[in-house]
Design a protein around this ligand. Structure first.
Ligand code: BGC
Length: 253
């Protein structure tokens, strides 16, 4: 076996409270070993996070395959360009280079929602769907992935659409439901406004809704009153890790 062929690609999901990672079996889109979680350091500067990545990778057998890392911000050619809900030191950071240097692995960063979107289209709720699929993640912010005929158009950032004079994610993310103690009905009204705006702009074939709250999709998706089919994500908390490993493998080919 060649060095490149040894071992498995690895996915890391970098979030506000935890950094989670696992080697990924891309043939079936699942973890190849149990996932490991380490608390996100505070402040979560790129330098501090790089140390955690190195430690995390060190708990698994050595592999020459690439590592994908999700980042909740715009990523262009490995450089992070926005940081709505993370430490501002990320802006302008050449994250691919920093993490590759610190871990000794071939690291590729990808927007968190783009990773989830790739995973849902390849293995999950939107598997095999053609046309435009919009995957949204509802969490602290709203992440979005635009996937057309299986091909990702990265960094769509549709959580920052301006709706009624406000950044959409401020009023419609699941953090807004918590913060304002909204009922499922109240929150679904806001989601209806949000998804209607997306329908008007993009006329997608399908919406897929991910993020932690999607495990309670039965409570709110039936209340979202739009024309387009809207369904819950399937990969749940595996989507970031699996999508990141997939992205890194395709980026390094
Ligand atoms: C960020 C996006 C991210 C989303 C979900 C937004 O605030 O701008 O890049 O995908 O949150 O984490």
């Amino acid at each position: 076996m060649t060095a490149k062929g040894s071992g498995l690609p690895f996915g890391i999901d970098f979030g506000g409270s935890g950094i989670k990672g696992a080697p990924v079996d891309l043939a079936r889109g699942g973890f190849a070993a149990e996932r490991v979680r380490i608390d996100t350091p505070q402040p979560s500067t790129p330098e501090a996070v790089a140390e955690v990545f190195a430690a995390l990778l060190g708990t698994f057998p050595r592999s020459e395959e690439p590592v994908g890392v999700t980042v909740p911000g715009v990523v262009v050619k490995g450089v992070v360009h926005s940081a709505a809900n993370i430490d501002k030191h990320w802006i302008g950071e050449d994250a691919d280079r920093l993490f590759t240097e610190r871990t000794g692995r071939d690291v590729h960063v990808v927007n968190d929602a783009d990773a989830a979107g790739l995973a849902e289209v390849r293995y999950g709720a939107a598997k095999g769907r053609r046309g435009l699929v919009i995957v949204t993640t509802l969490g602290t912010g709203i992440g979005s992935a635009l996937v057309y005929d299986g091909v990702l158009v990265p960094n769509s950032e549709l959580g920052h659409l301006e709706i009624e004079g406000h950044d959409a994610e401020k009023g419609a993310a699941s953090s807004a439901k918590e913060r304002e103690d909204l009922s499922w009905h109240e929150w679904a009204k806001r989601l209806t406004t949000y998804y209607r705006k997306l329908e008007q702009l993009f006329s997608p074939e399908l919406f897929v809704v991910g993020g932690g709250v999607s495990k309670r999709a039965d409570k709110f998706l039936p209340l979202v009153d739009i024309e387009t089919e809207i369904i819950p994500a399937q990969l749940r908390n595996a989507a970031g890790i699996v999508g990141a490993a997939l992205y890194a493998t395709e980026a390094s080919d």
